[in-house]
Design a protein around this ligand. Structure first.
Ligand code: NAD
Length: 362
């Protein structure tokens, strides 16, 4: 039976990346029943909203989406389409594998890390108070009434960082369950609990509690600044990282840098409600829109993660091998995978997709 999947086309370089990825996925031999849906700037112009109800309804119907990158439009009342989509389906776990493929230009090799980023709370929950607004003044007065010595200036804007026991429990459990299912050995919790005692401190103490139920998986923790240094010095010492939302966002890009950049970093957003959305770590790279230039690997590997989610493991393995072969050959690859970014032999988005299809069939 064909798998029903929503293809959210996105904007910027999204349409060309999604067209290529769709062809590659169809070439795996797996049967799909794709519903295409819109989101982002192009949808905003057509429907007056960057996230039309029809898109959310399609994802609800299919339970599975492959999403192209989406620009965050400024001044629409939408903080971010991406954040809104994850919130709509309570997709609390963002899974970002960072794996070295031979042939990718990087200072490191043999990296195989998995980042599990909490997706719903922390500073991304959108609880913010703008400078000089009446509510902000009231909040500042209230804080001074409770903490007269608070180091708070009246000309401030305020973003609230809230981390809960229930939110932390489920993300850390997700990380340990993933470790068991994927034969991983160690989970490292990342935090700044020495300074942020009531938010990150809570994250760490809950993570320690959850870890006790998984004696077969090693557990340790690192302060986020130290973690950044260690990742660039000794990344091989780490296996899986579990992080609150903001640190997860930042370290995802850092780890993407370890394995060759955003062009090769896939991701998945998972919840308990039966919906999963797969998307690259990178954004819409709008300056390359329509140029058939950017690397499709991150979106294609997100498709590979989707195949695994759909239990199409043989097809996922075949696709991953083909991607690895094309990258290792180094001929039919986009500019970012060439030693010299101006190398005239670099191919475009579509041609790299075609090479992956040929490699699957050879
Ligand atoms: P970006 O990831 O779009 O691009 C930054 C740079 O990374 C590009 O200029 C390019 O040099 C490189 N790059 C990105 N993708 C690449 C690819 N596939 N191949 C080769 N090189 C690639 O980040 P940005 O410019 O900060 O953000 C652009 C827009 O995308 C913003 O509106 C942002 O909010 C949005 N965004 C969306 C998502 C998402 O849809 N999940 C994620 C991040 C950013």
């Amino acid at each position: 039976m064909a798998h029903r999947v929503t293809l959210v086309i996105g904007d910027g370089t999204g349409p060309e990346l999604m067209e290529t990825t769709r062809r590659v996925l169809e070439a795996t031999g797996v049967k799909f029943d794709f519903e295409t849906a819109e989101a982002g700037i192009d949808a905003m112009e057509k429907y007056g909203t960057p996230l039309p109800d029809a898109t959310l309804e399609s994802i609800k119907r299919t339970g599975c989406a492959l999403k192209g990158p989406v620009t965050t439009p400024v001044g629409t009342g939408f903080r971010s389409v991406n954040v809104a989509m994850r919130a709509a389906f309570d997709l609390y776990a963002c899974v970002r594998p960072c794996k070295s493929y031979a042939g990718v230009r990087s200072r490191y090799n043999n990296i195989d890390l998995v980042i599990i980023r909490e997706n719903t709370e922390d500073l991304y929950a959108g609880i913010e108070f703008e400078k000089d607004k009446p509510d902000t003044k009231e909040l500042v007065d209230w804080i001074f009434s409770k903490q007269p010595k608070a180091r708070l200036r009246r000309d401030c804007g305020i973003s609230v960082k809230a981390i809960s026991v229930s939110g932390t429990e489920r993300i850390v459990k997700y990380a340990f369950d993933y470790a068991r299912q994927n034969k991983r050995k160690k989970v490292t919790a990342v935090h700044k609990s020495n300074i942020l005692k009531f938010s990150d401190g809570l994250f760490l103490s809950v993570a320690r509690e959850v870890a006790k139920s998984y004696p077969d998986i090693q557990f340790d923790d690192r302060i986020v600044d130290n973690m950044c240094m260690q990742l660039v010095q000794r990344p091989e010492e780490y296996d899986m990282l579990v992080l609150p939302n903001l640190y997860g966002d930042i370290l995802s890009d850092l780890c993407a840098g370890l394995v060759g950049g955003l062009g090769v970093a896939p991701g998945a957003n998972i919840g308990n409600g039966g919906v999963a959305i797969f998307e690259a770590t990178h954004g819409s790279a709008p300056k390359y829109k329509g140029l058939d230039k950017v690397n499709p690997t991150a979106v294609i590997l997100s498709g590979m993660l989707m195949l695994r989610h759909l239990k199409e493991n043989a097809a996922a393995d075949k696709l991953e091998r083909a991607v690895a072969k094309v990258i290792a050959d180094g001929k039919s690859v986009t500019y970012d995978l060439k030693a010299d970014r101006n190398d005239k032999s670099a191919v475009g988005t579509r041609a790299m997709g075609d090479a992956i299809i040929r490699a699957m069939n050879s």
